[in-house]
Write a protein that binds this ligand. Sequence first.
Ligand SMILES: Nc1nc2c(ncn2[C@@H]2O[C@H](COP(=O)(O)OP(=O)(O)OP(=O)(O)O)[C@@H](O)[C@H]2O)c(=O)[nH]1
Ligand SMILES: [Mg+2]
Length: 230
Amino acid sequence: MPCYNEVATVDEIVSRVLASPFTGELIVVDDGSTDGTRDRLSRYDDPRVKVFLQSENRGKGSAVRRGFGEASCEFVVIQDADLEYDPSDWDSLLAPLVRGDADVVYGTRMQEGPSHRVPYYWAMIYNRMLTRLSNMLTGVWLSDVATCYKAFRLEVVRSLDLRENRFGIDAEITAKVAAGGWRIWETGISYTSRNYAEGKKITWKDGIAIFVCVFRYGISVRVRKLGKRA
Ligand SMILES: Nc1nc2c(ncn2[C@@H]2O[C@H](COP(=O)(O)OP(=O)(O)OP(=O)(O)O)[C@@H](O)[C@H]2O)c(=O)[nH]1
Ligand SMILES: [Mg+2]
């Protein structure tokens, strides 16, 4: 669980995660929070909760990489510390891994259930554009590259060798999973989007940085595939 200035939601999301029958351990990486989140994190006494504090804010990718390095359970799920993604979806998210059919499962916001909170138009359009570009370059047909809900077998997590510190981590993970030839599944998840007044932090600058990463990591997959064929 990458966590940065989420004092309004961290207690609730931690209790939802701990209530899940799938939770063997919860690794929270606090990414230099200054809003009181750290104080909340120091209060949890469930032995499954392991908290790691980064001395300064480095970005979601940096927190995810640290969490991956600490993970020890058979399956690993990225869980944001806001309430946009709900652990009650883990049942369907983990099912292809548990069955042994998948190495990686993406929870897609493009195949939702009968009702959902309406997100920002441009955020979703931009996500679709990034996803399409990523698909063209990596050669795998995903519907939601930027989803937080990505579940992995531990072996996959350990193989990825990730470098990105910020939101480009989603593009990097996708390109490296595609390059690794891992079996990828998608499953529909719920998505309760938040707005800027409720703490939404991602900005158009992040959008541009993500675009650069989709392009950069996607191109490297394409070049590698062409090299193998030559
Ligand atoms: N924005 C941001 N989030 C971070 C950072 N480091 C860790 N995180 C955590 O990464 C997760 C994703 O961040 P969010 O700001 O929710 O990003 P998002 O879901 O793509 O976008 P919004 O929720 O719409 O802002 C959250 O759990 C954050 O607390 C950081 O430097 N910036
Ligand atoms: Mg969020």
